[in-house]
Design a binder for this molecule. Structure first.
Ligand SMILES: Nc1ncnc2c1ncn2[C@@H]1O[C@H](COP(=O)(O)OP(=O)(O)OP(=O)(O)O)[C@@H](O)[C@H]1O
Ligand SMILES: [Mg+2]
Length: 456
């Protein structure tokens, strides 16, 4: 008996996706490009070509799974060829192939797939899942057969999975053990779906009229602006520049965030029109204070003439064991710190002020290309939904560079906040240091260290 299957005709970007041979292929990156269509078509073709192949299609919700995959596949695949078994949520082909459709309402649903084997997995709307789901599914991609072993991901630039999808497929920053050749991103925008553009021109108009931010992501596939992104004014083309030799007379600062987990240090120059240039970056984990101070000093030229090394006030807290503060230890290691301010909201606003564009599209903050960590982390910071004026502290590793910039920005944009002249209440031991200081010079040094004149 002859049975016929409806196979659609892919458009150029969809063809590219279907022919891609990388182990992990991400497709889309914007709304309406024809991603779900391509998943169905690729799954059908694979099931027909490789008798016995095991395929898994995953979505976040059952409704999306049913509307985008189960119902259209039922319409395309005759029962005599691939009946749909409701109990298994699977299309069971006569040739032994299987397309299983599944949904993970919670990311922990992925764990039930641990130990299972699939030859090809489609993770639809991958950015709606955390990296844990991707890792669990990666381990399911196996089988003692000659079928291709691949994972196809479709995505839009938003959702909880924004960062890991961006890292692997867009910024292409790999960790040890990850092979860059395994990852391929094929971008498609709604413009690549001519069929939709022709049949439903209003859809493009809808995308065009979305609020800024959402429009950048869904219409133009921008990965710079995440949903909930704190610094949504950050633009690579405006805020990142090629390095150039800095005039000697520009005032220079270093701003640091220091913890044992990470030292983030930035060298920043300010021109005569108060434009700020972040021109050097040093980020390293696990450095004790002596090594951190040494690294900063070694990365500073003798004639660099640094005006102040700005640091968060908590470095002035005394350790209960040694009685010494981290700031003092830095000082003993040859690096005198200047106390900045840790008012988070005012600090973030100060950065926003530097990032803001004037009528001509110019901003006051410029980051040299050779500061990749800051360029990466600044747009990654997310708004804290519980305190919308603040940023999330998670993932913690992306906070160090923006924090260092914040200590500079609040000092620079709002110098009235941490003034040196302000009278502050010294702690008893600080006051004792001050009163016992042998000379005016030492007293000045202590004022610099503890921030402000003591309240006597
Ligand atoms: N090659 C094609 N032939 C016929 N119709 C197509 C083709 N590609 C896409 N379409 C149609 O275009 C519309 C949008 O495609 P699809 O749903 O696959 O986009 P999407 O990228 O998944 O969208 P979303 O971002 O909303 O999930 C659908 O109606 C789909 O059937
Ligand atoms: Mg879709």
């Amino acid at each position: 008996m002859q049975v016929s299957v409806v196979l659609g005709k892919p458009q150029p970007k969809q063809r590219e996706f279907m022919l891609a041979k990388a182990k992990y292929v991400a497709f889309g990156g914007a709304r309406g490009g024809g991603k779900s269509w391509s998943v169905r078509e690729k799954a059908k073709r694979l099931a027909l070509k490789w008798a016995g192949i095991k395929i898994l299609i995953i979505r976040k919700t059952y409704t999306d799974l049913r509307d985008n995959h189960i119902l259209p596949l039922k319409a395309d695949l005759p029962d005599s060829l691939a009946p749909y078994k409701e109990a298994d949520k699977a299309f069971c082909f006569r040739n032994g192939s299987r397309i299983k459709c599944s949904y993970f309402a919670n990311d922990s649903d992925a764990l039930q797939y641990q130990g299972q084997e699939y030859d090809v997995i489609f993770l639809e709307e991958a950015t709606q899942f955390t990296e844990m789901v991707f890792n669990v599914l990666k381990a399911c991609l196996r089988g003692a057969n000659d079928f291709p072993k691949r994972m196809y991901l479709t995505c839009n630039p938003d959702g909880v999975g924004f960062l890991w999808v961006k890292r692997l497929f867009v910024s292409r920053e790999y960790l040890e053990g990850e092979n860059p050749d395994d990852f391929l991103f094929i971008q498609s925008l709604v413009d690549d779906n001519e069929i939709l553009m022709r049949k439903n021109p209003d859809y493009v108009k809808q995308l065009d009229s979305l609020p800024e931010g959402m429009r950048e992501r869904w219409r133009y596939g921008s990965w710079d602006v995440a949903e909930g992104q704190y610094f949504n004014e950050f633009r690579r083309d405006i805020h990142v520049c090629e390095p150039f030799p800095l005039p000697k007379e520009w005032r220079r600062y270093i701003a640091i965030d220091y913890g044992l987990d990470m030292l983030a240090a930035y060298w920043i120059a300010v021109d005569n029109s108060t434009n700020c240039y972040v021109y050097k970056e040093y980020c390293k984990p696990d450095l004790p204070i002596s090594m951190a101070a040494k690294a900063i000093l070694e990365n500073t030229e003798p004639n660099e003439n640094i005006y102040a090394v700005l640091a968060p006030p908590d470095l002035w807290n005394r350790s209960q064991e040694t009685g010494k503060s981290k700031a003092l230890l830095f000082s003993e290691a040859g690096l005198d710190l200047t106390k900045s301010n840790n008012d988070r909201e005012a600090g973030w606003l100060a950065i926003k002020e530097l990032l803001a564009q004037d009528a001509e599209g110019n901003s006051r903050l410029h980051i040299f290309k050779n500061c990749p960590q800051l360029i990466k982390n600044l747009p990654e910071l997310l708004r804290d939904p519980k305190h919308p004026t603040d940023t999330m502290n998670e993932p913690h590793e992306i906070t160090h560079s923006p924090d260092a910039l914040r200590y500079f920005a609040i000092y620079w944009v709002s110098p009235s906040l941490p003034t040196q002249e302000k009278r502050v209440k010294y702690r008893k031991d600080h006051l004792e240091d001050y009163l016992n200081a042998g000379s005016e010079e030492i007293r000045k040094l202590l004022i610099k260290k503890y921030g402000g004149l003591p309240e006597l």
